[in-house]
Design a protein around this ligand. Sequence first.
Ligand code: CP
Length: 314
Amino acid sequence: MKNYITLSDIESLDELINEGLQLKKENSVPNLGKGKTLGMLFFNPSLRTRLSTEKAAKLLGMEVMAMNVDKDGWALEFEDGAVMDSTKAEHIKEAAGVLSQYCDIIAVRAFPGLEDKEKDEAETVLNSFKKYASVPVVNLESATGHPLQALTDAITITETKQKDRPKVVLTWAPHPKALPQSVPNSFVEVMQKMNVDLVIANPVGYDLNPEVTKKTAVTHNQEEALKDADFVYVKNWSSYEQYGKVLKTDRDWTLTKDKLENSNSPKVMHCLPVRRNMVIADEVLDSQDSLVIQQAGNRTYAAQAVLKRLLEEK
Ligand code: CP
């Protein structure tokens, strides 16, 4: 693996899932990363991604540097040929080149603006780091994808499932703010590579990018989707069709206990952070069927598996 920018950078998903599960048992491979440095750049906030990736790197013996570049760094220019006479003080060409002198792997979080679909889909920040860095680049959640979260979700379902081909439902839930489609996009993409019966449920106006959903079943009826579910993955996202808009905030799509009555006592997943009683009711999050803490714990092993692959490649 040369970079981890999208799920298509994975050569064998099964092998990487098994690597993560093995690392969870063994915990550390401290010699592989000795003398190597992971640099993490955050253009947006994070709790899990930042700390689990730092922990993963340290379990491999790496040093870690993290920077909130939106607050502490020079404003970056990404346009080639720009006359830099405004607020942007440093070009990505120098920034990525310099960081490659200090770091053996660069990891970047950069959310979408959710105003200009074409601009967000160009993934300018991630792709510029990939273009101008001379070391591997890892996506810590970008405009359109969150592949570390998706690998975590695949690991969590693999270690928890009770049948060969579980029914997995990705259901939209309400949220007061406009959120990216990155988590559901990557979740759909990783589930499409696994032996699961995947159904997506969302209100009218919230269909994900058809280039992501492809032939996956999409319904606008949450109750119908949840029938016989073995896993329910809950997530809000803003409209893709009316790009970045919040079309609905009433709580009729909030996941409550009564909605799970016709399913197989499904395990409930969410990438976190979750707004209680807006996205998922307390009674569900506090029940034994909630996997959210175990899922967040697995972020470490997904990150460790990816960093290990990148170190082995170097
Ligand atoms: N799930 C996730 O990426 O969490 P953070 O935003 O806290 O990193």
